[in-house]
Design a protein. Structure first.
Ligand code: SF4
Ligand code: SF4
Length: 353
């Protein structure tokens, strides 16, 4: 497997789709979280709580990933499996399509609270139910598209960000299409199918309290009522057995469009090219230190650090040939090597003319 940092199923799909490997994001050091303060130090502004990391999020798990977790007999996976079983037992948002977010959490999420700087990565009550006490993800091997593609930092700045955003969109789209394909294949009956298409009912009291009324559960599951686990495991087997061309057939034209966008973003990620003429972009926040300056561009978590002495000279990139500007900077005693120019391009400090 070339993309061992992806869940095995998604790595197999991307091997077939891209025909090459996806570079790892080495700056997102999840087992020793890059956004958390050093051990024993308090959490500062812009840092994440090590007890949540970036997992102030509740993933929607498509049926085939729920099934993959349930069928995973690795003793190492037992704790994570228990977190999925707990969501199933509560029953809220548990449908043949998979596990939706609990409505109370979803309301907070939709109001943008979760994504605010004050809450994201910092508020323990918003933590994912699959986050284990030792700080690991309990369902890492079978995590969904958003969790697979979210990184706080990217080795190639905005270029990496764009690639993973595109891949996240593709995987989420595939998850939706394949979970519908599976419920159709396993003969969900008309009324229950109608419930899925109509979308969730407005949350009632029990659902807001974190448990589902039995009559709603019966309606949601139709012929599969009280055989939820069986359906999930069956869908996992079905999707696992599909070849990539079969997955793409299920995804249809929308999948084709996503696939092309991902391929283009991947090519940009693996083949770095420096434009022949560059100009300075409009910059966001710049924090200037004695030796280095941090420039925020596409993402606050991931500023680019440059030598402070370079800042007054960046405007020399004014559309003239890049090599000419580099020679000029070298004459002024501020040489900029090709690697730094590429990073300035990757972080969108310099943009092609
Ligand atoms: S991606 Fe999340 S867990 Fe990984 S280093 Fe970044 S904030 Fe920490
Ligand atoms: S599923 Fe795993 S990676 Fe995703 S939010 Fe939960 S703990 Fe984090």
């Amino acid at each position: 497997m070339s993309d061992a940092h992806l869940p095995p199923l998604y790595a197999r799909w991307m091997d077939a789709h891209l025909g090459g490997r996806i570079p790892e994001e080495t700056r997102a050091t999840c087992s020793n979280c890059a956004m958390a303060p050093p051990a024993g130090e308090p959490m500062g502004p812009g840092q994440f709580d090590p007890n949540t990391k970036c997992c102030t999020y509740v993933p929607r798990l498509p049926n085939f990933l729920v099934g993959a977790v349930l069928a995973d007999e690795d003793p190492e996976a037992a704790a994570g499996r228990a977190t999925v079983e707990a969501r199933m037992l509560a029953g809220v948002g548990v449908t043949p399509l998979g596990l939706a977010r609990p409505p109370a959490w979803d309301l907070v999420y939709r109001h943008g609270v979760v994504r605010s700087d004050a809450a994201f990565g910092r508020v323990r009550s918003l933590r994912c139910p699959h986050f284990l006490v030792d700080g690991r993800c309990g369902i890492w091997k079978h995590r969904e598209g958003v969790c697979t593609t979210w990184f706080c930092r990217h080795d190639r700045g905005a270029v990496g960000f764009a690639f993973w955003e595109a891949l996240g969109g593709f995987l989420s789209m595939l998850e939706r299409a394949l979970s519908y394909d599976a419920v159709l294949a396993y003969g969900l009956d008309g009324a229950a199918l109608r419930r899925l298409v109509d979308g969730p009912l407005p949350p009632d009291g029990p659902a807001l309290d974190g448990h589902q009324a039995p009559e709603i559960r019966r309606r949601n599951w139709g012929v599969w009522y009280e055989r939820e686990r069986e359906l999930y495991v069956a869908t996992a087997g079905r999707v696992e057995r599909m070849r990539w061309d079969e997955v793409r057939r299920v995804a249809g034209p929308e999948g084709e469009a996503h696939g092309q966008v991902v391929l283009a973003a991947w090519e940009a990620l693996v083949w770095a090219t420096t434009p022949e003429r560059l100009r300075l972009a409009r910059l966001g926040t710049v924090e200037i230190g004695r030796e280095t300056a941090a420039i925020v561009t596409h993402r606050t978590y991931d500023p680019i650090e440059v030598p402070s002495r370079l800042l007054p000279h960046l405007a020399r990139f004014d559309g003239r040939p890049t090599e000419l500007v580099r020679e000029e900077l070298a004459r002024l005693g501020t040489p900029v090597d090709a690697g730094l120019v590429q990073r300035l391009v990757d972080w969108e400090v310099l943009v092609a003319v």
